[in-house]
Design a protein around this ligand. Structure first.
Ligand code: C2E
Ligand code: MG
Ligand code: MG
Length: 755
């Protein structure tokens, strides 16, 4: 069921509807009509009052005039009473004077005590009147007799005059009682009387009727357009007469009396109503428009909110790496710039750690990208455990991660973080069902000492990382001022390296390998040096990694093989003729498809027995790109070239590849030999490796033999060959020839060398 709308809502809706506007107008209209009616009523009362005043004035006037004439007639009667002998002629003269003064009389008469008219003035127009008995009926007779008796005057009322027309007669007794000598009678014509009494204004505006004993007696009917709504009757106070005067105003008079206020008030109120209704309508329209605007605004705001949310999602997506879920490089750089700004204001330091997974590339290549991705995710999860409001962890791509430590108070904070990072790699990572021990190498740059902006800090952390990788794995390196110089140097060197081959600046040094069974030198390792035009003789560590990075190592490798073959050719028919030369090949060189052809060509060009050439490869090569490498190695082997595993023991624990690869020699890494006499573990490992190799039919070379004790240990455990400073440092070919000629090497005498 629909919920009823609350009353206030209904009320507001009603206020906003057109009906409300109509109601306002109707209310005003009603008030206007009421007021108008009231004012008209009041007006009518006023008109009635005015009419009454007019009537009163008229009757007063009539009464007063009448009394003037009554008194005048009375005075004439008195004079006749006082002077009864007045001759007719005299009386007539007096009367004429009198008539001249008052034009109102039709005639003035003397009526004797028998009510017979005796004297009359004027005679003209009234010929038949003399001798007329005025007591022509009982009523008149009684009235006249009473007047004669009392001396009070009598009025005849309106009568048909003998002279024609209507008129009225005042009978004033000449003496009273016994002394009565008739009456002086003044005859009026009504028209004349009325004209005398009433002004033209009155005649113009009113219809006047005189009633006698309630019956219309005389009508002065001037205006025709009487207003029937107004009428006023008033008794006329005249002795012996029962007269009343009725006044009917003309429409013109009435409308003249009417005030303009009812109309004006009505019009004003209707106008006000109209205006108020219009205003209400306007307010409604404005409010409705406002509501519509508000609604639109709300919708807009909703849309903006949605857009902002989408924007935030987009930004989050843009700032996040899809594989690892960590912040990406772009976001990291923006955040770093922002962090540096804050650090600048707060006078604080910021730590930037670049982290590179050791051997990741190799694992990725050998175990597949799926494995690589899963490993990266696992590493990300652990590193992300370190992130908090002060530490941002990001994925930089490849096998690199970045960490930004905000608000570093002193360098111990960064070292603490590095410890925490290392801790993340303490446990092996479980990937695709196997546990893999992974280590990481880190480069650290600290703001502000290692760089003042994000880019510089980043570059310097990278330099520090590069340095750290150059030294050892599973370590870290802080950026220092000198590194920058070294980086510059490195770049310069890279430039120079491009010219080195053309300028013939490379040279091979040879380090002899002592056959422990016979005490003979039958093999040497060729180790490259760069005779740099400005920097002098440079060791391989200073340029081989650079050459590997830039890919120049392939060309250099070709040169080494060729140079070694040439050297072998040169030694032909000399005491060095029996020497076998070992050359080092880096993994990159093995990638080169034309390697085999090139080695074959080099051997052929110098007519060298392939058995005189040995190729040293580091352990890693046997793990990376297994199929391709196995194929290359097999082909090398087919050429008759000897294969050796260099730096054995530092790379991989798995020895399975020894079985699968066609290897002739195994070179135990110097790190085992250095402490072989004083560290039990190293001695055990060395012994085990020698036994393992011998069991597989592989010869063993010990690298880095520096003491006779080491030599004795190796000989005692039947190591086949020993190489190290004890026998000789790597030396130029000429020096080697001399040393061999002089037979001074075996005794431990070391030929002086620049390196
Ligand atoms: P490596 O192949 O293991 O070479 C042995 C290194 O150990 C040489 O360093 C040698 O001077 C040094 N060494 C030998 N005996 C002793 C010793 O008793 N004590 C100490 N402390 N060191 C000893 P070097 O000549 O500086 O070469 C370093 C590395 O550079 C080589 O390690 C090799 O991996 C690489 N390398 C050298 N020449 C070439 C080359 O022509 N091509 C390639 N791809 N790599 C080369
Ligand atoms: Mg070597
Ligand atoms: Mg080695």
């Amino acid at each position: 069921m629909e919920k009823p709308e609350p009353l206030t809502r209904l009320f507001v809706r009603w206020l906003m509807s057109p009906v409300f506007v109509l109601v306002i107008f109707v209310v005003f209209l009603a008030i206007a009509a009421g007021l108008r009616e009231g004012l008209i009523q009041q007006d009518s009362h006023q008109i009635q009052a005015n009419l009454r005043n007019e009537a009163r004035a008229l009757t007063n006037n009539l009464e007063r005039e009448f009394m003037v004439h009554v008194q005048a007639i009375g005075r004439m009667a008195n004079r006749l009473h006082v002077e009864p002998e007045t001759p007719e002629q005299q009386w007539r003269l007096d009367t004429q004077n009198y008539l001249n003064d008052f034009g109102v009389y039709q005639a003035i008469e003397w009526v004797d005590s028998h009510f017979i008219i005796r004297w009359l003035e004027p005679l003209t127009g009234n010929p038949d009147v003399i001798g007329y008995n005025v007591a022509y009926n009982d009523q008149r007779r009684k009235a006249l007799e009473q007047a004669a008796a009392t001396g009070a005057y009598d009025l005849s009322g309106i009568i048909d005059l003998r002279q024609g027309g209507q008129g009225m007669v005042i009978y004033y007794p000449v003496g009273a009682g016994e002394a009565n000598n008739g009456f002086i009678a003044g005859v009026f014509r009504m028209e004349v009387l009325a004209e005398q009494l009433l002004t033209s204004r009155v005649l113009e505006h009113f219809q006047i009727e005189i009633q006698e004993s309630g019956e219309p007696a005389y009508l002065l009917d001037s205006p025709v357009d009487n207003d029937q709504a107004f009428i006023y009757s008033l008794p006329i106070q005249l002795p012996t007469l029962d007269w009343s005067l009725t006044l009917r105003p003309s429409q013109a008079w009435v409308s003249n009396q009417r005030s303009h206020w009812p109309g004006t008030t009505f019009a004003s109120l209707v106008m006000m109503g109209l205006l108020t209704a219009l205003t209400a309508l306007l307010v409604q329209l404005i409010l409705k428009r406002n509501q519509a605007l508000l609604k639109t605004r709300r919708e807009l705001e909703q849309e903006i909110d949605q857009r902002v949310a989408m924007q935030v999602d987009l930004e989050r997506l843009e700032s996040t790496d899809t594989l690892t879920g960590l912040a990406n490089r772009r976001f990291f750089m923006e955040d770093l710039a922002h962090t540096l700004n804050i650090a600048d204001r707060q006078m604080r330091q910021v730590g930037l750690v670049m982290l590179d997974l050791d051997r990741f590339q190799m694992l990725n290549d050998s175990l597949g990208h799926q494995f690589g991705d899963e490993l990266l995710i696992k590493v990300s999860e652990r590193l992300n455990g370190l992130s908090n409001e002060k530490i941002l962890v990001a994925y930089a791509g490849g096998d690199e991660f970045m960490l930004c430590q905000q608000q570093v108070d002193n360098i111990d904070d960064v070292i603490h973080l590095l410890g925490q990072i290392k801790q993340c790699f303490a446990e092996p990572f479980e990937v695709q069902g196997d546990a893999h021990s992974i280590t990481a190498t880190m480069g650290v740059a600290v703001y502000p000492q290692s760089g003042l902006d994000a880019d510089t800090l980043m570059r310097n952390a990278d330099i520090a990382l590069y340095r750290a990788k150059g030294q050892a794995r599973n370590t870290y390196q802080f950026y220092t001022e000198g590194m920058q110089d070294r980086e510059v140097m490195r770049l310069e060197l890279d430039k120079d390296l491009s010219q080195a081959l053309a300028n013939n600046e490379f040279v091979l040094f040879y380090q002899p390998q002592l056959d422990l069974a016979t005490g003979e030198i039958k093999s040497v390792e060729a180790l490259i040096r760069w005779q740099h035009p400005r920097r002098g003789l440079l060791a391989p560590i200073e340029f081989i990694p650079l050459a590997e990075e830039s890919g120049r190592i392939t060309e250099i490798g070709r040169w080494v093989v060729l140079a070694a073959c040439r050297q072998l050719a040169q030694w032909r028919n000399t005491p060095c003729e029996q020497l076998r030369v070992a050359v080092n090949l880096s993994g990159r060189e093995l990638d080169d498809e034309s390697l085999i052809d090139h080695v074959r060509d080099a051997l052929a060009s110098e007519n060298i027995d392939p058995g005189k050439l040995e190729v040293e490869l580091t352990e890693e090569i046997f793990i990376q790109n297994i199929e391709h490498n196995l194929n290359q190695l097999a082909q090398l082997r087919e050429l008759g070239v000897q294969l050796a595993i260099d730096d054995f023991g530092v790379g991989y624990s798995s020895l399975g590849y020894l079985r699968d690869f066609p290897v002739d020699l195994l070179k135990i890494d110097r790190s085992f030999i250095t402490h072989v006499t004083d560290r039990h573990d190293d001695a055990v490992i060395t012994r085990a490796v020698i036994n393992l190799a011998h069991n597989l039919g592989i010869q063993v070379v010990a690298e880095g033999v520096e003491t006779e004790d080491q030599l004795n240990f190796l000989r005692a455990h039947r190591c086949n060959l020993a190489q190290g400073y004890l026998i000789s440092r790597p030396i130029p070919a000429a020096d080697l020839e001399t040393a061999l000629n002089e037979g001074i090497l075996f005794t431990g005498y070391s030929v002086s060398s620049d390196l």
